[in-house]
Ligand binder design. Sequence first.
Ligand SMILES: NC(=O)c1ccc[n+]([C@@H]2O[C@H](COP(=O)([O-])OP(=O)(O)OC[C@H]3O[C@@H](n4cnc5c(N)ncnc54)[C@H](OP(=O)(O)O)[C@@H]3O)[C@@H](O)[C@H]2O)c1
Length: 292
Amino acid sequence: MNTIVSEQIALVTGATSGIGKVTARELVRRGYHIILLARDAAKAARVRQEFQQLAPSGQRVDVLLCDLSDLSQVRRAAEEFIQRYQRLDVLVNNAGLIFGKERETSTDGYEMTLATNHLGPFLLTSLLLPALQQSEAARIVNVASEGYRMAKPQLHDLNQKENYSAWRQYGNTKLYNILFTQELARQLRARGIGNVVTNSLHPGVVASSFGSASGGLTSLLTRLAAPFLLTTEEGARTSIFLATDPIGGQVSGGYFDKQQTKPVKHNFTEPTQARQLWQETEKLVGQEFFGE
Ligand SMILES: NC(=O)c1ccc[n+]([C@@H]2O[C@H](COP(=O)([O-])OP(=O)(O)OC[C@H]3O[C@@H](n4cnc5c(N)ncnc54)[C@H](OP(=O)(O)O)[C@@H]3O)[C@@H](O)[C@H]2O)c1
């Protein structure tokens, strides 16, 4: 059953396509005031118009333009968000992709999969934390992937300057989403920030636009496999669950699959590893997460 909540503000990244689009749409239907974070203005305007027709009367759907791979855009978008809304109840860090065989770099000079899937969301979450703290009960939902199982994290070389492999780097960044969630939950607890919880998830293997940015074999295989994969509606279920279900507000630091907690591979549960990732990431984004 869809319960209407009043004045809950939710920001969903990567809301122009796939799992993020369905997640945002279902939150709109439930009465959330949705902000679609998107990099493509024309696409975002179309989605906004589509969603506005589904919104319960008077509820707004807004757009916040930002390319997450560009840290200066993340800073500008976070500033704009704080000025416009002050408070945030749900942040869904959903945007993510895999790049191609050749290593590409962002405007900041960082490897593109790392910049998009980890650095941008890390900085965005940090800069939106003051708004999340204004909420009575805020949730940060990080869309990771079972692809983390192929990770071979090189915490001294997050940018994979050596031995770049597209799939390994994708797996690494999805592991970083999980480790970031674990460490963020610990840090929030340690700082007595009890009104903000965070969890990560695997959406399933979903027929979306995933793989299209990588071209070549990955793109071809994902298109061929599409009829056998989950629909985007099925893929969005765990994100929606963590964003809205009472259970999603009671747990923090967890990893979820099919709306249930799932243990993370034992070699990736060591807090020192998550802490090292945190510190290396702070160096790359050029500021401390808690801004001290
Ligand atoms: N599909 C799967 O089987 C699967 C499995 C496990 C995990 N996941 C995870 O699920 C999440 C969503 O993926 P999806 O399958 O829904 O893929 P998708 O259909 O390709 O959607 C990805 C979304 O992210 C946005 N995006 C990409 N780069 C961005 C950037 N630099 N700045 C802002 N937005 C950006 C895209 O914007 P545009 O519309 O402009 O391209 C799009 O809206 C990802 O984090 C992915 O790793 C997917």
